[in-house]
Design a protein around this ligand. Structure first.
Ligand code: GLC
Length: 533
């Protein structure tokens, strides 16, 4: 198995939607085991070296598993601990590393710790959570707002105190100031590390540490009191203790060889310079800590916006630090729906030719789009808060083949399957040279061929704002590739710095771009090309 420094990408599996093996309409661990070949095998696979599996722990599923009621067991919906052990073993046999989600900021309100804490204010578990007395007028202790809407404080009539929940009220925040909580949560890491997991995706870490004086969040200019975006969120997250907490966790993880932690760290421009927040997260533990870079999720379309963003981020990294570009996940609209199908092919080429460990969200490799979900079928409760507008459309079943329910399940799936599944599915796309899947496979083959895409230098060659073209070079030792991306809907001529015309891959499903000697290349509308120098 490769070491993390050589891993080509991370493939995010949303277990509810990957593959249902027992016919209940919900994906499960056995389904993942059965379909590992798609990730990495000798023939027709994506060729990705690592998977990240979103939560499969015991949970009432108020936040689809991000509300954990037992950190060290598998929810029966997904299978058993024995299934998980088998999954790790079979993944490792194929050379696939396994990353799992770790949810440190909050438990479920059904977790035994919280049940004791709320049931008996004198219980030793009380201080596992964050309790505050009401404000003098009986209102919530301060003006903090939950990401999912409404006050972040819930009143507990038994004790007359409020508890804090940065997300749903069924997700009470843990009190990381309490050393007993830190010990418990470190033992959770050890439990899974002992089972052989290769790393953790650390959920919502920026919320773990709060302002120790519990100050009100200032209003933004024009911001509306009581709304999440109305405030500068400088006190409810990124507290002064964040780095020490994460370091403590890193120390445990580092006791095991070649492990990693990916931080879900939504850097927030309203608090201060974004580069400083990334710097802080890299400095937690530069050997094993990688913050996801989500910037590419919210950029407007265009060569300049992407080019500037990559230059700034790469410029901030120190040698040896791994970039963690992540342009889509279970919380954000599908790339193909954000920008369009042709445009999504450009984004695929961009993502998989950037340094570090990029994340591929399941289904993006077959060009999956947001699937409309009727309000009566909605499962994501954040839809009601209006903050996310509901994340169900980006979590729909994987489209494996053209059989009923796209081969995902023999039962009616928990969310609807995309209407176009008879065409857009793995089995079909494997057979077609021009498909999304073939493009992803070729991109990953180049990423695998040598170390250049993973560890080589990134050098910007051209950002042409008017022509909407971005060109960059990737070099490692004696190997050099040029990537030329035409973000415009017009044909563009690009002059390369070398007499290079060996185009090895284009996003265009039909033909290679026209090249001439003296390093001139003609890109079709929305075409990207990789040129080997
Ligand atoms: C993260 C997860 C999201 C979840 C939230 C609360 O942002 O990605 O799905 O709702 O944390 O755990």
């Amino acid at each position: 198995m490769k070491t993390w420094a050589n891993v080509n990408a991370l493939y995010q599996i949303y277990p509810r939607s990957f593959k249902d093996s027992n016919g209940d309409g919900i994906g499960d661990l056995r389904g993942i085991i059965d379909y590992l070949d798609h990730v990495r095998s000798k023939h027709h696979s994506l060729g990705i070296d690592a998977v990240w599996i979103s939560p499969f722990y015991t949970s009432p599923m108020v936040d689809m598993g991000y509300d954990v009621s037992n950190y060290t067991d598998v929810d029966p919906i997904f299978g058993t601990l024995a299934d998980f052990k088998e999954l790790v073993q079979k993944a490792h046999n194929r050379g696939i590393k396994v990353v799992i989600d770790y949810v440190p900021n909050h438990t479920s309100s059904e977790h035994p710790w919280f049940k004791q804490a709320i049931g008996d204010p004198k219980s030793p578990k009380r201080d596992y959570y964050i309790w505050r007395k009401p404000a003098p007028n009986g209102a919530a202790p301060n003006n903090w707002v939950s990401l999912f809407g409404g006050s972040a404080w819930e009143f507990d009539p038994l004790s007359g105190e409020y508890y804090l929940h940065s997300f749903f009220k069924q997700q009470p925040d843990l009190n990381w100031e309490n050393p007993a909580v830190r010990e418990e949560m470190k033992n959770v890491l050890r439990f899974w590390l002992d089972l052989g997991v290769d790393g953790f995706r650390m959920d919502a870490v920026n919320h773990m540490a709060k302002d120790l004086e519990w100050r009100d969040e200032p209003l933004r200019e024009g911001g509306v009191e009581g709304t999440y975006d109305g405030h500068v969120r400088k006190y409810s997250k990124y507290g002064p203790q964040l780095v020490p907490y994460l370091r403590e966790l890193g120390e445990v993880i580092e006791e095991y060889p070649d492990r990693i932690m990916f931080f879900e760290s939504i850097v927030d421009g309203s608090i201060g310079p974004i580069a400083e927040q990334y710097r802080m997260l890299y400095d937690v533990n530069p050997r094993i800590g990688v913050p996801f870079n989500f910037g590419g999720m919210w950029l407007p379309w265009g060569a300049k916006s992407y080019g500037d963003y990559i230059r700034e981020f790469q410029g901030m990294l120190k040698p040896g630090e791994i970039a963690g570009y992540c342009f889509s996940n279970h919380d954000q609209p599908r790339i193909a729906s954000r920008f369009g199908k042709e445009q999504a092919r450009i984004i695929a080429m961009l993502l998989l030719t950037l340094p570090g460990i990029p994340t591929v969200y399941y289904g993006d490799e077959i060009g999956m789009e947001n699937v409309p979900v009727d309000p009566s079928q909605r499962t994501d409760m954040s839809a009601q808060s209006g903050v996310f507008g509901g994340r169900d459309p980006f979590r729909t079943p994987m489209q494996w083949d053209s059989s009923k329910n796209a081969g995902f399940s023999t039962h009616e799936p928990w969310l609807p399957v995309a209407k176009n599944y008879k065409r857009a599915n793995v089995a079909n796309e494997r057979r077609h040279d021009g498909s999304f899947l073939t493009l992803y496979r070729h991109l990953l083959a180049i990423r695998n061929h040598d170390e250049t895409m993973k560890r080589g230098d990134y050098r910007e060659l051209l950002i042409d704002e008017t022509k909407n073209v971005l060109v960059y070079e990737r070099t490692y030792e004696s190997s050099t590739y040029i990537v030329a991306l035409n973000f415009s809907n017009k044909q563009r001529h690009v002059t390369l710095p070398y007499d290079a015309h060996h185009v090895i891959l284009t996003t265009n499903p039909v033909k290679q771009p026209k090249t001439h000697t003296h390093g001139r290349i003609t890109l079709r509308p929305y075409e990207g090309a990789i040129i080997f120098v």
